[in-house]
Design a protein around this ligand. Structure first.
Ligand SMILES: NC(=O)C1=CN([C@@H]2O[C@H](COP(=O)(O)OP(=O)(O)OC[C@H]3O[C@@H](n4cnc5c(N)ncnc54)[C@H](OP(=O)(O)O)[C@@H]3O)[C@@H](O)[C@H]2O)C=CC1
Ligand SMILES: O=C(O)C1=N[C@H](C(=O)O)C[C@H](O)C1
Length: 272
């Protein structure tokens, strides 16, 4: 019998933190090794399973190092500055990391990549299997529709989301741009207001919707003359992100260092 994977959760009281704790407590091959959050969070000192009426035996702490001390893997869905701090602790304590946080500035992303030379890490803006399948579909669509189609990416999320466009929308833009043989930095259009002039051919536009409890919708629109193609993914439950994160944790158990994404975890890079 293989030993259960010991997993610590950062941002334990967040939307994803709680979903991850629920997924781990219900998973036959994983154990909750620690749960932590920021000092001052109302969850500190409470049992990590409190919100679902379960006694997990793990108290939420504001001592990240203590929470990581018995962990094989950290799963972190917090904010870029928090994630980078936690990664430094992972380096110190030889803990692998599954990172779902989005909204990194380019400099912060460099720091994350640097940490992966010592920490085995999966970082993906979206852990859901369906979204990663959609990335693959977009790769193909962009190649077929590279001429004569205007490309727009529309995303919608709940009112509490703090970054825009979503990490997933940006990754979709990167995948499409790569399919077109250009860099997203050169063709991305992130805002339109006033007299914008006609749409410039070859650009990729982004639109953001924020409202209510929308878990996460993404559409890539290829608008041609006389026809439109829309590739859409809609999330209705955060558990898909949590289950994907656990698959990422299982994948990392056989790696000592390096930066991977969900395409690696799901074996999609070599599919076609
Ligand atoms: N890759 C994927 O599949 C997905 C990624 N995400 C991303 O995950 C992140 C979290 O999303 P969500 O759970 O909705 O957000 P929440 O705001 O619900 O949760 C964030 C958690 O992180 C904590 N936190 C905030 N700032 C810091 C910090 N500087 N250091 C340490 N902890 C901090 C919060 O604590 P406090 O409450 O005290 O502020 C809270 O517990 C976002 O970047 C989001 O885009 C979300 C879903 C799927
Ligand atoms: O903040 C969220 O909720 C989500 N964030 C991720 C992103 O920015 O792409 C993934 C998912 O869309 C939910």
């Amino acid at each position: 019998m293989t030993k259960p994977i010991q997993i610590a959760i950062a941002g334990a009281s967040g939307r994803m933190g709680k979903t991850l704790i629920e997924a781990i407590l219900n998973h036959p091959d994983c154990e909750l090794a620690g749960a932590f959050d920021q000092a001052g969070s109302t969850s500190i000192g409470r049992d990590a399973g409190d919100f679902m009426g379960i006694a997990s035996g793990i108290a939420v702490t504001d001592d990240a190092e203590a929470a990581l001390s018995n962990a094989d893997i950290l799963i972190d869905f917090t904010r870029p500055e928090g994630t980078l701090h936690h990664l430094a602790l992972c380096e110190k304590h030889n803990v692998k990391a599954v990172i779902g946080t989005t909204g990194f500035e380019p400099k912060q992303l460099e720091m994350l990549k640097k940490a992966s030379s010592n920490v085995a890490m999966v970082w993906s803006p979206n852990m859901a299997v369906g979204v990663n399948a959609t990335f693959k579909l977009l790769e193909v669509a962009a190649k077929i529709l590279s001429q004569g189609y205007d490309i727009e990416i529309i995303e919608a999320h709940h009112s509490k989301k703090v970054d825009a466009p979503s990490g997933t929308a940006l990754r979709m833009g990167e995948v499409v741009a790569q399919g077109l043989g250009v860099a997203l930095d050169d063709v991305g259009v992130f805002a339109r207001e006033g007299i914008t002039g006609e749409r410039k051919a070859g650009t990729i536009g982004f639109s953001t919707i924020r409202g209510g409890d929308i878990v996460g919708d993404h559409t890539v629109l290829f608008a041609g003359m006389g026809e439109r193609i829309e590739i859409t993914h809609k999330s209705s439950n955060r558990m898909t992100y949590a289950q994907g994160s656990i698959r990422a944790a299982q994948f990392l158990m056989s790696h000592d260092n390096g930066l991977f994404d969900m395409q690696d975890v799901l074996g999609l890079k070599t599919l076609f």
